[in-house]
Design a protein around this ligand. Structure first.
Ligand code: APR
Ligand code: PHB
Length: 390
């Protein structure tokens, strides 16, 4: 088989790239390790930056989002069960965000790609990249039968554990990482959610309230990294969550049995460069953020904005300008998202090894937010996500 673009990974990044390239008349093949059902079964955050919302609308992927999503002018932070502060992104940036689940976006992407007759290989095994600095190809096995795809470019959208990043020589790759000593225990509950998305800091640990739709709530509590989900009954979860939020908020929470419960580890990670020869990385294949800033999906979309523009310019105009500057341009936005995600994670979580000095600094950071509109505006600017570069 031959195609213009071989995409490894059928998650949000790979699907969105394939969708945008199709709209530009550029052929691609997606090689995905799992089944479609497995991909759609992943529980993921869904807080969309303004830029992501606009991309979904631009590419006709926003009908359900605009009908069922929840626009939001900011995010509330409650503190030690009493104070609270609203990151008013609408007031300070003129932009609003949207709460809309990644699973729904992935469903809409698969529906659009299948409608357009996309070439997607599911359950591909032993996906391997070849000659990525010369005439690239990708091999894989399907039902035990070997296949090979010759292509102009290989795009690694295969997430943190995929093969693409490792195809870049170790002496070329520069990796930056923070592994956090805690995780997020998340539950899904078939109950009406709170009216807002709320982050809570408490000396017991972080907690958060979110939603998927008017009858589906998502809640989290910080737990030690070594904890197993079996150690957390629903009752233990609710007891911990309700202790970490203010009384008036706790009274509004409609608790109930969990229909999904899991612990996600927290990590900050960036691998540079995001290009090697004819291989380009996008999304979680190149970077990971802790969920505190809900930047993972947004970074996948901004990478694809830059990379699709670069590939379309290459084929339509014969210019490699955007291909040549893709890595540096994408990384500027990625590091800004890593930065705000790290700042919010430090502000809102209890670190096992922190001392009273750390705690006083954290309290002062919060007091500054409460007291200073300049500090609030700076936080809102970082939280909403940098504008895309021309
Ligand atoms: N061969 C083929 N496909 C693979 C391989 C492989 N060897 N390894 C991984 N994959 C697939 C995975 O099965 C997954 O479907 O690559 C896809 C990567 O998708 P994601 O991990 O969702 O990454 P991405 O598309 O970049 O989206 C980032 O997803 O994980 C969340 O928090 C993350 O919101 C962010 C978003
Ligand atoms: C979620 O809705 O699951 C969610 C929202 C915001 C975050 C993380 C997760 O920062």
């Amino acid at each position: 088989m031959r195609t213009q673009i071989c995409i490894i990974g059928g998650g949000p990044a790979g699907l969105f790239l394939s969708h945008v390239l199709h709209a530009a008349g550029i052929d691609s093949v997606i090689v995905e390790r799992q089944t479609k059902q497995h991909v759609l079964g992943r529980i993921r955050a869904g807080v969309l930056e303004h830029g992501t919302v606009e991309l979904l609308r631009q590419y006709s992927l926003s009908e359900r989002m605009d009908r069922d999503g929840m626009p939001k002018d900011g995010t509330r932070i409650v503190w030690q069960g009493k104070d609270d502060f609203f990151i008013d992104t609408m007031r300070w940036t003129g932009k609003r965000m949207m709460i809309w689940g990644q699973t729904q976006i992935t469903e809409d992407l698969y529906a659009a790609r299948e409608r357009d007759g996309a070439a997607i290989v599911f359950e591909a095994a032993n996906t391997t990249l070849h000659d990525i600095t010369g005439s690239p190809s990708v091999t894989y096995e399907k039902d035990g039968i070997p296949h090979r795809i010759d292509c102009d470019f290989v795009i690694g959208c295969d997430g943190f554990h995929g093969p693409s990043r490792m195809a870049i020589p170790a002496d070329i790759r520069r990796e930056y990482e923070r592994i956090y000593p805690f995780g997020w225990l998340g539950i899904m509950v078939e109950r009406p959610p709170l009216k807002e998305l709320v982050y809570a800091y408490h000396t017991d640990g972080f907690a958060m309230a979110s939603r998927r739709n008017p009858m589906l709530s998502r809640y989290y509590v910080q737990v030690p990294a070594a904890d197993k989900v079996e150690q957390w009954s629903d009752d233990r979860f609710w007891d911990a969550f309700l202790r970490r939020v203010p009384e008036n908020m706790a009274q509004q929470v409609q608790t109930g049995p969990s229909i999904e419960k899991s612990i996600a580890p927290l990590r900050s990670f960036v691998s540079e460069p995001m290009r090697w020869g004819k291989l380009f990385l996008a999304g979680d294949a190149a970077h990971i953020v802790p969920p505190t800033g809900a930047k993972g999906l947004n970074l996948a979309f901004s990478d694809i904005f830059y990379l699709s523009r670069a590939l379309i310019t290459h084929y339509d105009e014969g210019s490699d300008h955007y291909l040549d500057c893709y890595s540096e341009m994408a990384l500027r936005r990625i590091w800004a998202a890593e930065n705000i995600s790290w700042k919010l994670t430090k502000l809102l979580h209890v670190f096992p090894d922190e001392d009273p000095f750390d705690q006083k600094i954290r309290q002062n950071d919060y007091d500054l937010l409460l007291a200073s509109e300049e500090v609030q505006q700076a936080l809102a600017y970082e939280y909403i996500g940098l504008p895309f570069e021309d």
